[in-house]
Ligand binder design. Structure first.
Ligand code: HEC
Ligand code: HEC
Ligand code: HEC
Ligand code: HEC
Ligand code: HEC
Length: 176
């Protein structure tokens, strides 16, 4: 791309994003750190990861190959929970949600604004970074988190690490 075109694009992105920021100020938009979430089932990461020795990719199936890690569908849980495994009330709820075919409407807490490009493949596979670097220690949680563990949805957090690791901080690398 010609340098003056790139500079013009960058100015354009700057002003567009400034408008975005104003529009996002007065609501519970993506990236709002204070937002509380209610999950359909109180999923227990610690039990499945530590005691049952499951790998993150069994549920977050695309985390090493795609942009999005994705959250598990009811079919993933149904592999083990179409019949009760134990006696917990939460599991009972899950078993009935699975058989009702209502689906599991998980609420996400890590959501970047649409103008930011982020790829798990790039960081986890090419960059060989561990999940705790950006999500804290999920394997210690026995209940769903209601807030991000790390301030990863903040631009400074991305930019500081890129600076340390000599990765591009060109506006156009992250803003599409
Ligand atoms: C048995 C399935 C399962 C396994 C294994 C699993 N997860 Fe999850 N994960 C879920 C479910 C279900 C949710 C949504 C409910 C919640 O937040 O607890 C979730 C949510 C998350 C979230 C929050 C996403 C968001 O935006 O709300 C992160 C981060 C995460 N998992 C990371 C991990 C990591 C890291 C591992 C491996 C160390 C892992 N998970 C293993 C099922 C799983
Ligand atoms: C590989 C098999 C397997 C998969 C897949 C699996 N689980 Fe489990 N889960 C278990 C086992 C085993 C237990 C322990 C049952 C007990 O002893 O109470 C359990 C327990 C639970 C419990 C009750 C324990 C508690 O802490 O309250 C819930 C709720 C649960 N799982 C949710 C899920 C959800 C949601 C998914 C899909 C995202 C899922 N599980 C996927 C095997 C699995
Ligand atoms: C470099 C930081 C970083 C690393 C490392 C990272 N994540 Fe993420 N993760 C994010 C960001 C940022 C988001 C929000 C992405 C978005 O909104 O597009 C996210 C979102 C998620 C979500 C929510 C669903 C989705 O598809 O966006 C899950 C689940 C998740 N990550 C799991 C993992 C797991 C498992 C690992 C390790 C294998 C991991 N992440 C490693 C930064 C990271
Ligand atoms: C803890 C360090 C770290 C954090 C935090 C981080 N990154 Fe990165 N990022 C990297 C590394 C390392 C690479 C280069 C990976 C590779 O390809 O080897 C990279 C690469 C990228 C690239 C590709 C750059 C290019 O030149 O093509 C984009 C885009 C990107 N990151 C966006 C983000 C965004 C958006 C965030 C915040 C939500 C973020 N990153 C947070 C370390 C980080
Ligand atoms: C490494 C990734 C990355 C780079 C490089 C980057 N940004 Fe961002 N930017 C983000 C993320 C992530 C957000 C979302 C933060 C939020 O919503 O609070 C963001 C948000 C913004 C916003 C919205 C206002 C706000 O603070 O929420 C503006 C404006 C912005 N960036 C401008 C720029 C400009 C101009 C550049 C180049 C000098 C740049 N960004 C470079 C990741 C990046």
């Amino acid at each position: 791309m010609m340098p003056n075109l790139r500079a013009a694009l960058r100015r354009l992105i700057g002003s567009l994003l400034a408008a975005f920021a104003v529009a996002a100020c007065n609501g519970t938009e993506a990236g709002d750190m204070g937002r509380r979430v209610e999950q359909p089932v109180a999923f227990n990461h610690q039990l499945h990861i530590v005691e049952l020795e499951m790998d993150c990719t069994e549920c977050h199936r695309y985390v090493t190959t795609n942009r999005k890690a994705t959250l598990p569908t009811a079919e993933v849980c149904a592999d083990c929970h179409s019949e009760p495994q134990g006696e917990s009330a939460e599991e009972e709820k899950l078993v009935s949600l699975i058989s009702s075919e209502e689906g599991l409407n998980w609420q996400r807490i890590y959501v970047l604004p649409k103008h930011v490009y982020f790829s798990h493949f790039r960081h986890v596979t090419l960059g060989q970074m561990g999940c705790p670097e950006c999500h804290g220690s999920m394997s210690e949680l026995s209940r769903p988190p209601s807030q991000p563990a790390v301030n990863i949805l903040d631009m400074d957090y991305c930019v500081d690490c890129h600076e340390d690791q000599l990765v591009s901080n060109d506006c156009l690398a992250c803003h599409i």
